[in-house]
Design a protein around this ligand. Structure first.
Ligand code: ADP
Length: 262
């Protein structure tokens, strides 16, 4: 049908109500369609950019424009771009699976403080000069998919590592608050301007295009975090003081609490 046109109100109450909800639905459909188009444009752009640069490097080597001594450097950049493309495709698949509901969660009782400790230990190996501390309450058990909750923690920690300078300090805290386990990952990095905060969980939203591109991220990490946390009946929020640091908070219902779901 043609729902592109707004319907005018009449002087009958019920018809007016129908008209109002029809117009509301028409607007929503248009919004959703616009978002779909934007996402598609974003995906195409994000996939094409690394492909273009990979092709460029290969072409330059084939044409003999690159001195022999520089070829290894070029090949390494090409490999990094391929790796980033691989991460991007993986992230897109993850998001699509979550959105379509085809992801299957293997929920089991999960001590989230313990898991945070494990993930932190792994990160200390790659975070070099950056310090990572963990403080947790004991016995905070949620009903969660271990691999997915790990992924949430990994995404948050890799951001904290990516967006802090050398000697950065990253603090993980896991606390009980009412029926919730509250996980906070705080860093003392560049921070996020207040106007950007509400967008950082959006797909492909990156605060500083040039800085963030250099980190090799995909712009999908926090979107995945949000979706996974919501699949566990939880929520995600961000706080930041620009120049001082960022804190991402995840809340997940504890086993036995009313809003735990299944
Ligand atoms: P990316 O792959 O770009 O890191 P994310 O979805 O993980 O994508 O994050 C979205 C954007 O939010 C990042 O590009 C960055 O601008 C900002 N951001 C996320 N975490 C932090 C942080 N700890 N400190 C500063 N900025 C951050």
């Amino acid at each position: 049908g043609d729902y592109s046109k707004e319907i005018a109100a009449t002087n009958c109450d019920e018809l007016d109500q129908l008209t109002a909800s029809f117009n509301y639905m028409r607007e929503r459909i248009q919004q959703v369609e616009k978002m779909r188009q934007e996402l598609l444009a974003n995906v195409s752009h994000e996939l094409r950019t690394p492909l273009t640069s990979i092709r460029g490097f290969i072409q330059a080597i084939l044409e003999g424009v690159v001195p022999e001594g520089d070829q290894e450097k070029y090949l390494k950049i090409t490999r990094e771009e391929v790796d980033r493309l691989t991460r991007l495709v993986q992230d897109l698949l993850d998001l699509a699976r979550i959105k379509s509901g085809s992801i299957k969660l293997n929920k089991e009782p999960l001590d989230i403080g313990e898991l945070a400790g494990e993930v932190a230990t792994e990160f200390r190996l790659i975070a070099a000069a950056k310090s990572i501390t963990v403080e947790t309450d004991e016995g905070l058990v949620i009903s969660g998919d271990r691999d997915r909750i790990r992924q949430v923690m990994i995404n948050l920690l890799s951001n904290a590592v990516k967006y802090t300078e050398q000697n950065g300090h990253i603090q993980i805290r896991v606390r009980r608050e009412g029926g919730q386990a509250v996980l906070k990952v705080r860093d003392n990095g560049a921070g996020i301007p207040e106007t950007e905060l509400e967008h950082i969980f959006d797909k492909f939203h990156r605060v500083d295009k040039s800085r963030d591109a250099a980190t090799g991220g995909t712009g999908l990490g926090l979107a995945i975090v949000k979706e996974l946390v919501e699949l566990h009946n939880g929520s995600a929020a961000a706080w930041s003081a620009p120049g001082k640091g960022t804190e991402i908070t995840i809340e997940l219902p504890l086993v036995g609490s009313a809003d735990q779901g299944n």
